[in-house]
Design a protein around this ligand. Structure first.
Ligand SMILES: *Cc1c(COP(=O)(O)O)cnc(C)c1O
Length: 440
């Protein structure tokens, strides 16, 4: 099933239905759905949950993983640091290898810690070093607000003026996406002033996926550092951070990684910086572990990403991450991506053939330029979009709404099926029949 298929492929009820059945029957990852707890609708049937881009669902195994830590705390007290089922002293290490797998990194390039925005600040302390000649940060226009706030406040913290030093690149494509040549032009224009390119792996509003390797190449050629925000990319698309040659990256774990609300986030620091003498905000958990408990005054960082840790890890927030990464390891990112491409192409074709009178897809059509999420824009006034969003909710379909006018739906390969996509489209057809009889 490719996006290049003619848009008339799903013109009858029978072919629509059959295509969903065929896709789901031919899905080697179908069994993973049972490893998740899917919230129920009022009538007891499972929701059509298409919101893994915002909060991934709870894996069944998470409860036991969390209770095991509560039990160790109950039974062992402080001794659980050394004698627990998963001794707490080394807890962040249990997720290092599987995190490296989803990040396309070496194990010592990644660490699970803090939250996305705090990691962004910590890594900007090390990798955004503005000077009078080179004070600027290049980000995308319509960046996620937290990223923009973080960057703006860092610029001010260094005594510079965001009005001069925050460059926000406008989308140059009709569908709201940003071409690589627009980024190239920005470097041609401002290159010598840009200290840092901070860019998403997948843009949260449009769902556009970027070529990290090309971005890093452009930034480095212009003498800038490059950091990636992978909030919507990690666990969704392959990111290959090491080979892409990113300087750093940050992500959260509650979206596609399914580690639960406020779960411990992650970050990446490229191996070439592992022992670099970079300025950083330090804490005792980043200190060389061999001598950490000698409690000496001089800070000696661990080599690699672990050297950016501040505090001893939040075990109750890491336990769900450990549990959920086991599922990613078992499913394999390459197989997940294959399924994801099929699912999203199916949904995109359904929308194009059945719903074009009401809906524009704002996410690039090329599967290489998107992950699983499709950003939908309802034609007409904003109220029409909100009405559709409410109608979907009333029919057990969970997506999310982002102002001003975007309805996001994300069929995730771990727990969604083609039949979920079909159900979404059927319910939107009902909405159209009610609200747009002329197009019904
Ligand atoms: C989800 C998301 C965040 C959230 O930040 P937290 O620090 O986890 O609250 C930040 N940036 C982007 C791009 C996001 O998608």
């Amino acid at each position: 099933m490719s996006a290049a298929n003619p848009a008339t492929q799903y013109d009858s009820f029978q072919t629509l239905e059959n295509a969903a059945l065929a896709l789901d029957a031919d899905d080697p990852l179908a069994g993973f759905r049972d490893q998740f707890l899917i919230p129920a609708q009022a009538d007891g049937s499972p929701q059509i949950y298409l919101c893994g881009n915002s909060l991934g669902l709870q894996p069944r195994r998470t409860r036991a993983a969390l209770l095991a830590e509560l039990d160790d705390w109950r039974d062992l007290g402080v001794e659980a640091h050394f004698r627990g089922q998963h001794p707490w002293l080394e807890y962040h290490r249990y997720v290092q290898q599987p995190l490296a797998e989803v990040a396309g990194a070496l194990p010592n390039e990644v660490v699970a810690m803090n939250t996305l925005t705090s990691n962004l600040h910590l890594l900007m302390v090390s990798f955004y070093r503005p000077s009078t000649d080179r004070p600027a940060v290049l980000i995308e226009k319509n960046a996620f607000p937290s990223d923009r706030y973080a960057v703006e406040s860092q610029i001010r913290f260094h005594g510079f003026d965001p009005a001069q030093c925050l460059i926000e690149l406008e989308a140059d494509q009709a569908d709201g996406s940003v071409s690589l040549s627009a980024i190239e032009r920005a470097f041609a224009e401002h290159g010598g002033r840009i200290a840092l390119l901070l860019w998403p792996g997948v843009q949260y509003l449009t769902g556009q996926r970027f070529d990290l390797r090309e971005l890093a190449r452009l930034a480095h050629a212009a003498g800038a550092r490059v950091g990636f925000d992978l909030a919507h990319a990690i666990g969704n698309v392959p990111v290959e951070l090491h080979d892409a040659d990113a300087d750093f990256a940050v992500w959260c774990s509650y979206k596609y990684l399914n580690a639960g609300p406020g779960a411990v986030a992650g970050c990446f620091v490229h191996e070439r910086h592992a022992r670099a003498d970079l300025p950083r905000f330090a804490g005792w958990w980043g200190h060389d572990q061999e001598t950490r408990f000698q409690m000496r005054p001089r800070f000696v960082p661990m080599a690699g990403a672990e050297g950016w840790q501040l505090s001893n890890p939040a075990i109750f927030a890491l336990a769900p991450l450990r549990a959920s990464l086991e599922i990613f390891h078992a499913a394999g990112l390459a197989r997940l991506r294959q399924k994801s491409i099929r699912l999203t192409a199916y949904l995109a074709e359904l929308i194009a053939t059945r719903l074009a009178a009401l809906i524009d897809i704002r996410t690039p059509a090329d599967p290489e330029s998107r992950g699983c999420q499709l950003s939908l824009r309802v034609k007409g006034p904003r109220a029409e979009g909100r009405a559709l969003f409410d109608f979907l909710g009333a029919h057990g379909i969970v997506g999310d709404w982002r102002e001003p006018d975007v309805l996001r739906v994300a069929p995730t390969p771990l727990y969604n099926r083609a039949s979920d996509c079909l159900r979404l489209v059927r319910v939107i057809e009902q909405f159209m029949a009610l609200s747009l009889p002329a197009h019904g």
